[in-house]
Design a protein around this ligand. Structure first.
Ligand SMILES: [Zn+2]
Length: 114
């Protein structure tokens, strides 16, 4: 019984190919989520270039706090800072006025822990 594979096998594939065509959705009609030009939100990273530890704050590309949580910053005299949980350094928060005149806070620089 070493007959060659029946030709039937080959013809059986054809309906499968047709099926693929039938099942393929019309991609053009599928609504795709519009690429919105949203504000650029990042998670604040420690400004210490040797650390880059994640701090739980959302900032835009200019390190301006997206949700102004500056009131949660630690205070040392007039200085406000977010302590880094990884390296213990200070990420200094300073008042900042954005292009629309809105008061905000921005993480401007890093200071090593004392
Ligand atoms: Zn750090």
């Amino acid at each position: 019984m070493d007959s060659p594979r029946p030709v039937l096998d080959h013809t059986l594939m054809e309906p499968a190919i047709e099926l693929c065509y039938a099942v393929a959705p019309m991609d053009a009609t599928t609504p795709k989520p519009a690429a919105k030009k949203a504000a650029d939100i990042n998670v604040l990273k420690c400004l210490n270039p040797d650390c880059r530890g994640l701090l739980g704050y959302e900032v835009d590309s200019n390190n301006v706090l997206y949700v102004d949580l500056a009131w949660t910053a630690h205070a040392d005299g007039a200085l406000r800072y977010f302590p880094c949980p990884k390296c213990g350094g200070r990420n200094i928060v300073e008042p900042f006025t954005d292009a629309k005149g809105k008061a905000a806070h921005r993480v401007t620089r890093f200071a090593a822990a004392r």
